[in-house]
Design a binder for this molecule. Structure first.
Ligand SMILES: *Cc1c(COP(=O)(O)O)cnc(C)c1O
Length: 445
């Protein structure tokens, strides 16, 4: 429990918290942000490389069982797309003047699971499968991993269970890869999870347990149940290093994508990235990776729903996973199901302390409006959570925020020359009916 007095004190210390508690849209610049992080980061470049190599080893297998990964040679990767055409639209909607180039990262179309969760979730399951196979001496790291399709692998994995707690997309990702490899997989779904996601998983033989409670509770139940079975492995979104590393690999790939397009990221034209945030593992992993790759020439911002700003409150107060948004009178109810997380990750916020430039919040209304505009103008279909990055550039350019941000930069034209990258985090697996429903959802704009 957090006392009323404590909350009053925080409100005094962090005046922006008043607006946060009133579910108003805010933009928080992280006062502890250091453009050049001096802290030794607790995850090494070596670990990041190993994760990338592991995914490379599995490429022949993924190519075999998920032909849609063919385009990237068996890697789970998405396109980096220029959408300068949408700049005018954003400028109109938010009365802003974005001058730099605008890009989106199409994680909505990631193969296998259709959301950013395909990066971290699948990585952690593959790592676990590899460790079991190595321990049982049925593989060596030099082998062609296509053999993971063979019966002896499936029969080994069928002796083990995987479990995960999810608002939907992580469950989808773990469930699909887990059942494909042959694991007994159980997904503990929070009340936010969409019916179609549960149905899809059940069709694949995944056990789906439903809860009337929010995400944190579903994770807790899943963790508790899994602990009782020594052959059950729990993928713990609130504190998993492997999930985080799987996400972080995106940065190495992105560096190459920019280089292939001959786009320079440097001090005069830095990269500004806008990432929807739930528990924090996805955007945190990517921000962490990007900082390793681009250093002081990248600045990352997270986006959260106004009713679920758990990472924001956690980082602002320094209380991290000790707080829930409910303790501040917020509902944690949002149409952005992927972001409906009331308590942030146990370690991501701390790791982000000097790495993250800021966090802003977005109303659900706005997400639906953007969903519609993006579809009409660019023919891109996203799920509501995945739109949270879109208001970012305009919001950063608001005078008060932009000036404070520029205080960190030596070059005063930096916002005009920056490359703006919006991370689109999910959508390609949403059934047509569901998408049409989202398209018709009313908003006040
Ligand atoms: C899970 C999710 C996110 C955020 O990732 P976290 O690791 O929960 O912070 C963003 N967008 C979508 C569509 C998601 O499913």
């Amino acid at each position: 429990m957090i006392s009323k007095a404590k909350i009053e004190q925080w409100k005094q210390n962090y005046p922006l918290l008043n607006d946060v508690i009133n579910a108003k849209e805010v933009f928080w610049l992280n006062p502890k942000y250091k453009r050049e992080d001096e802290n030794p980061i607790r995850i090494s470049t070596k670990e990041l490389k190993e994760a990338a190599e592991r995914l490379q080893r599995f490429a022949p297998y993924l190519r075999e069982v998920f032909p849609e990964t063919e385009k990237y040679g068996g890697l789970i990767e998405s396109e980096l797309q220029n959408i300068d055409g949408f700049k005018l639209e954003l400028n109109n909607i938010f009365h802003s003047t974005i001058r730099g180039d605008l890009y989106i990262k199409r994680d909505d179309s990631l193969p296998i699971a259709g959301s950013i969760k395909a990066r971290g979730g699948i990585y952690e399951v593959l790592k676990y499968a590899e460790s079991l196979a190595l321990k049982n001496s049925i593989i060596s790291k030099k082998d062609n991993y296509k053999v993971f399709t063979e019966e002896k692998f499936r029969s080994l994995f069928s002796q083990y269970s995987l479990a995960v707690g999810s608002t939907g997309n992580l469950g989808l990702s773990i469930g699909i890869i887990g059942s494909t490899l042959g694991f007994n997989t159980t997904v503990h779904m929070s009340s936010d999870a969409k019916v179609w996601k549960k149905e899809l998983l059940r069709k694949r033989g995944v056990k789906v347990k439903e809860y009337n409670t929010d995400y944190s509770q579903a994770v807790k139940e899943g963790r508790r149940e899994s602990r009782q079975d020594p052959k059950s492995y729990f993928i713990d979104d609130e504190k998993s290093r492997d999930l985080f590393l799987g996400y972080a690999v995106a940065a190495l790939r992105l560096k190459k994508q920019f280089a292939d397009k001959n786009i320079r990221i440097d001090e005069q034209s830095p990269l500004l990235v806008f990432l929807p945030c739930g528990v924090g593992g996805g955007p945190g992993g990517i921000c962490f990776g990007l900082k390793k790759v681009f250093g002081k020439n990248v600045h990352c911002f997270f986006a959260e729903p106004t009713h679920s700003p758990s990472m924001l409150i956690g980082m602002m107060t320094g209380e991290h996973n000790k707080i829930t948004v409910q303790q501040f009178g917020l509902s944690n109810k949002t149409a952005a199901d992927g972001l409906a997380v009331g308590r942030p990750s146990k370690f991501v916020g701390k790791l982000m302390e000097n790495l993250l430039a800021g966090i802003y919040t977005v109303q659900d209304d706005q997400l639906f409006y953007l969903l519609k505009r993006l579809y009409k103008k660019e023919n891109i279909k996203l799920e509501p959570s995945a739109l949270a990055g879109f208001p970012g550039p305009s919001k950063l350019l608001q005078k008060e925020v932009g000036n404070d941000f520029l205080g960190l930069c030596e070059d005063k034209d930096v916002l005009d020359n920056a490359k703006y990258l919006i991370w689109a985090t999910g959508g390609s697996m949403v059934p047509e009916k569901e998408f049409l429903h989202n398209l018709q959802t009313k908003n006040e704009n």
